[in-house]
Design a protein around this ligand. Sequence first.
Ligand code: MN
Length: 221
Amino acid sequence: MRPCGARSADVPARAAPPTADPTPTNAPLDLPDADVVYDPAFLAPGEADALLAALLDEVTWEQHHVRIAGKCIPSPRLSAWHGDPGVAYRYSGTTYRADGWTPTLAALRDRLLERTGHRFDSVLVNRYRDGADSMGWHADDELELGPEPVIASISLGAARRFALKHKRRKDVDPVRLELAHGSLLLMSGATQAHWRHAVPKTARPVGERVNLTFRRIVAPA
Ligand SMILES: [Mn+2]
């Protein structure tokens, strides 16, 4: 399949209004068929500030596209794919191939190895410019991630709501978290097989957020 959409570097960000305060929640989450751990204070606030500034500067932001009902639609966020050279990730009809790490992303990868014992080989970086940027319901269940993917999600900048809902069980309540500046959300085990997640749009004034989802590709894309 042809790659979906043109990509452009250095897409200008929208102006960011003031951010709302996050509401921390404590780990671990008590969810059936899932293994989700939330640490609202993975990074110290000053450190998180510095990392956000560095990433906004280092990363070459791209406008990715998604294919919906045969149409090529710009994703409602800016993105970048980094990782060990050649590591490829395919979603929504396009294959992204990594060509290395920025210094800040490599430092965070090493930090996650210390903290979690997992050596991640790639990271999808998403930049939510304001409340109109979002991510629809999905699971990170692409075949190349393997049957039990470990996804380490670091949030920087404005807190955004992160919603989780079980794929099949109507008797299990959906979960909502406000992912705080400097927080770590670790999803592993059967989470992607049984749950979907989303970052909904919001009408309330909200500043810019950068989210890093570190992954390990176990099969060729
Ligand atoms: Mn996801």
